[in-house]
Write a protein that binds this ligand. Structure first.
Ligand SMILES: Cc1cc2nc3c(=O)[nH]c(=O)nc-3n(C[C@H](O)[C@H](O)[C@H](O)COP(=O)(O)OP(=O)(O)OC[C@H]3O[C@@H](n4cnc5c(N)ncnc54)[C@H](O)[C@@H]3O)c2cc1C
Length: 253
């Protein structure tokens, strides 16, 4: 494997909290609902990186903050509309509760994104692994690199209609649904060739991704600049902090 480092350019954005209103809602798959927000406050909104995320700010008692991370699935600058895609996984979390009950006119405060990290310029091949929560980010990855790199994408889901989700498609883009869980992710990636031109990105349920991260780092020998594994939520934990180390045994990033 070549030693040349992959570099990812970072762009900072002015901090902003925007008061928006629901314009419409749309069911994309049996488990994912798109909520389109609008408002003049979207002037100046920018999201250039595949993993960009906004923080949804929910009403909280004094002294507390209730924030949840979501990916800008679609930003239509001309229409001043921002669409977020929510996994409706139950009704115990404030974000899911909001999404399940959202009606046109409902208010929502959206903060960020604070910054964007662009895909590594050097990569010619991307191996992407997402679950339903990280599907909007996978979509952004494919849109960002299509035409200049090959994409091998695995979507972890038990929903037979998950690939109805509008991922960019075309030549050089291969998308496969696989079961959820650590074993399925490991098995899928084991079959994939990873060479010096390959970048691997995986995101989803944090605990289930630990074995994949260990396999990529220890067995496949991928350094930090070649692979990113990000926990987007953790089973049994409300409002998980995704900046906390994914793997406490190896808290490198
Ligand atoms: C950078 C980033 C981008 C993200 N982008 C998106 C996105 O675009 N769309 C999206 O749907 N999610 C996205 N997520 C994940 C989302 O922030 C979490 O799923 C969040 O916990 C949802 O908040 P909640 O209020 O619904 O549930 P919480 O109050 O956080 O949790 C309540 C319970 O629900 C469980 N839970 C949380 N999420 C899920 C899930 N997806 N499936 C099953 N059970 C769950 C928790 O384990 C907990 O037991 C992103 C996360 C990060 C870090």
């Amino acid at each position: 494997m070549s030693d040349a480092t992959f570099t990812r350019e970072s762009i900072r954005h002015e901090p902003a909290a925007r008061e928006l209103r629901v314009v419409r809602t749309e069911r994309l798959t049996s488990t994912i609902t798109r909520i389109t927000l609008g408002g003049e406050a979207l002037a100046g909104f920018a999201a250039h990186g595949p993993e960009d995320h906004v923080k949804l700010v929910f009403p909280a008692p004094p002294g507390q903050r209730i924030l949840r991370d979501y990916t800008p699935a679609v930003f239509d600058e001309a229409a001043q509309e921002l669409s977020l895609d929510f996994v409706v996984h139950g009704d115990e979390g404030p974000a899911t509760r909001f999404a399940a009950g959202a009606r046109p006119g409902d208010p929502l405060v959206v903060a960020g994104p604070r910054g964007s990290r662009l895909p590594p310029r050097e990569a010619r091949r991307y191996v992407l692994i997402a679950d339903e929560a990280s599907l909007p980010a996978m979509s952004r990855w494919i849109a960002a690199v299509r035409g200049r790199a090959e994409v091998v994408a695995f979507v972890q889901s038990e929903s037979s209609d998950v690939l109805d989700y509008p991922l960019p498609r075309g030549d050089g883009i291969q998308v496969t649904r696989i079961p959820t869980g650590a074993d399925a992710a490991l098995a899928a990636v084991e079959e994939v060739a990873i060479d010096e031109h390959t970048y691997v990105w995986a995101a989803g349920e944090a605990t289930g991704l630990i074995p994949l991260r260990r396999a990529l780092r220890r067995q496949r020998g991928l350094a930090k600049d070649r692979a990113k594994v990000d926990g987007y939520w953790r089973r049994g934990v409300a409002g998980m902090d995704h900046h906390a180390p994914l793997d406490p045994e190896d808290p490198e990033d």
